[in-house]
Design a protein around this ligand. Structure first.
Ligand code: G
Ligand code: G
Ligand code: MN
Length: 505
């Protein structure tokens, strides 16, 4: 879950970071382009003013007569962007194309480099900014005025996400044509600053704070949605993949398909003859890299997931395949005990599984014992009554496993027509140690004899235990004293050896 969440978050984080870097880069490109384009256009406008200045320079200092005014007006009419042309002498404007003779002081110091000046407005058009280009020779000269509304058009390369400012001396004009005194508003994101190579002014382009985000949302919304989607899908896939590996059901299913569940068998000895009269089948999981896994660790998982059914079915098939070639070496009516979970008992297919198993062997060569643990008794219902009747009719025997630690009643034993009780190991372990368990074993054997139920003692580890149980009249013995659970091939060998070395002891 955590890993999936991390993936779901990491993918969009990387995606958004990349997208943001790209957006910032694009804004920077745009700022560079806007500043360059503005400079080019402004240089052209100013060059036009120089053109008209040059054209009338020879009039500077001459009287402001009709001929002179005509010449000035000709420039205004023919030169693009130029709104008025004026003659000056000794820092005094004395002749304008618009009004003719006049006298206004125009100090040289208000022109940056003596050449350029920006004003927020003038007498003629107070709200309209103007730019004045000055040219003077020997105290005589010309001023050409460019309308600020043209200049504003040169600042239109700004986008919704950026600003472009024209800076002349201590004033700047923004893209709306407003003229203000510096400092400029801050442009922390994507800033480009270019100074003209021909006139004393500069252009600054850039984006205010938050522009990258606004740009991302406006232009990359689809991309961001995609990134988010990829994150969610990636996280989802991750969750499923990890979840699959972690799912016990899938793990067991893979193991089952790979044939990793192997039957081990433990001999069950006839107490009277010492003959190996049967086996209990115990499942082992051969997990590659892990070795043998004991059933206590995975049987509960198999029961919870319902996989115990196919697993047991597979186990029975493998036992039949492995034992069939040796059935002639085994004693007659050799009993094979299979542990059956309560869930399996409630399933009608159990009968088919038993039929299949029995049908694999020659008639009467073996007996099938189903071991039902007393720890989880199956509830008697009409359905289970029927199943157990059918099992009995098919010759299948029923043994109650771990007997003595649960709560099977006499009534229960009779209803299920139990054939054998497997006395729990804990009673066998206490033989010779306390008298109470000896009493219990005594009573148990008495009861079993009366009910005609066979007894199997489990966990026999010593000769003392064996002798005691044999004297009591327990019919079958099972435990490490006789043999540990082992692979079927090994069991066949061991049985052959046992048969040849012992006759009766
Ligand atoms: O030897 P051992 O560790 O094998 O057995 C541990 C437990 O696992 C025992 O209680 C035994 O009944 C149970 N067990 C072993 N094999 C099977 C099996 O095939 N099916 C079921 N339901 N239980 C099994
Ligand atoms: O199905 P049941 O719960 O009876 O499973 C028998 C369990 O007892 C298996 O785990 C098997 O390995 C274990 N077992 C069999 N014989 C002995 C024995 O002599 N001593 C001990 N301690 N365990 C045994
Ligand atoms: Mn058992």
């Amino acid at each position: 879950m955590l890993v999936s969440l991390l993936v779901a978050m990491a993918l969009p984080t990387i995606g958004v970071t990349v997208a943001a870097l790209q957006a910032r880069w694009q804004l920077q490109q745009r700022a560079n382009e806007a500043a360059n384009a503005s400079i080019t256009m402004l240089d052209q406008m100013l060059a036009n003013a120089d053109t008209s200045n040059n054209a009338v320079m020879q009039l500077a200092g001459r009287p402001c007569d009709g001929e002179a005014r005509q010449m000035l007006q000709l420039q205004v009419a023919t030169v693009p962007f130029v709104r008025s042309v004026n003659l000056i002498e000794h820092d005094h404007l004395y002749c304008t194309s618009l009004l003719g003779s006049t006298d206004q002081e125009v100090p040289a110091g208000s022109y940056i480099g003596g050449r350029l000046r920006m004003r927020a407005g003038n007498l003629t058009t107070p709200g309209v900014p103007i730019i004045i280009v000055r040219q003077v020779r020997n105290d005589r000269g010309v001023l050409s005025v460019i309308d600020g509304r043209y200049v504003q058009r040169a600042l239109q390369f700004a986008s919704d996400y950026s600003e472009v400012y024209l800076i002349i001396d201590s004033l700047y004009m923004d893209k709306l044509g407003k003229v203000r005194t510096i400092p400029l508003p801050p442009l922390p994101q994507a800033r480009a600053s270019i100074t003209s190579a021909h006139y004393p002014y500069a252009v600054v382009a850039g984006s205010p704070d938050g522009s990258v985000l606004r740009y991302l949302l406006a232009y990359d919304l689809a991309l961001l949605t995609l990134i988010g989607g990829v994150g969610i899908i990636g996280g989802g896939i991750c969750y499923r993949l990890l979840g699959r590996a972690a799912s016990p059901r899938a793990l067991l299913q893979v193991a089952l398909d790979a044939g990793q569940f192997e039957p081990f068998v433990q001999p069950i000895v006839d107490a009277a003859t010492g003959q190996w009269s049967g086996v209990e089948v115990l499942m082992r999981w051969h997990l590659p890299g892990e070795g043998l896994i004991r059933p206590d660790l995975f049987i509960p998982m198999a029961e919870r997931t319902g996989l115990i059914l196919p697993m047991t079915r597979d186990l029975m098939r493998r036992v039949a395949d492995a034992l069939l070639p040796h059935v002639a070496d085994l004693p007659p009516r050799f009993h094979i005990g299979i542990n059956i979970s309560a869930a399996h008992c409630r399933d009608p297919r159990l009968l088919d599984d038993c039929h299949h198993f029995l049908a694999a062997f020659p008639p009467d060569s073996i007996e099938l014992w189903l071991e039902l643990t007393e720890r989880e008794l199956i509830e008697p219902t009409e359905q289970t009554d029927l199943l157990f009747q059918q099992l009995e009719a098919s010759g299948v025997k029923v043994a109650i496993d771990d007997f003595g630690i649960g709560h099977a009643s006499l009534n229960y034993l009779q209803r299920f027509k139990v054939d054998a009780l497997k006395i729990d190991q804990s009673f066998v372990k206490r033989i010779g140690a306390d008298t109470l368990s000896a009493h219990l074993l005594d009573t148990l054997t008495e009861l079993a004899t009366k009910l005609e139920i066979d007894l199997v003692a489990e966990g026999v580890e010593t000769a003392e235990q064996r002798d005691y149980l044999r004297t009591l009249g327990v019919r079958y013995l099972q435990g490490y004293y006789f043999g540990r659970p082992m692979p079927i091939g090994e069991f066949i060998h061991a049985h052959r050896h046992h048969r040849n070395t012992t006759t009766e002891d």
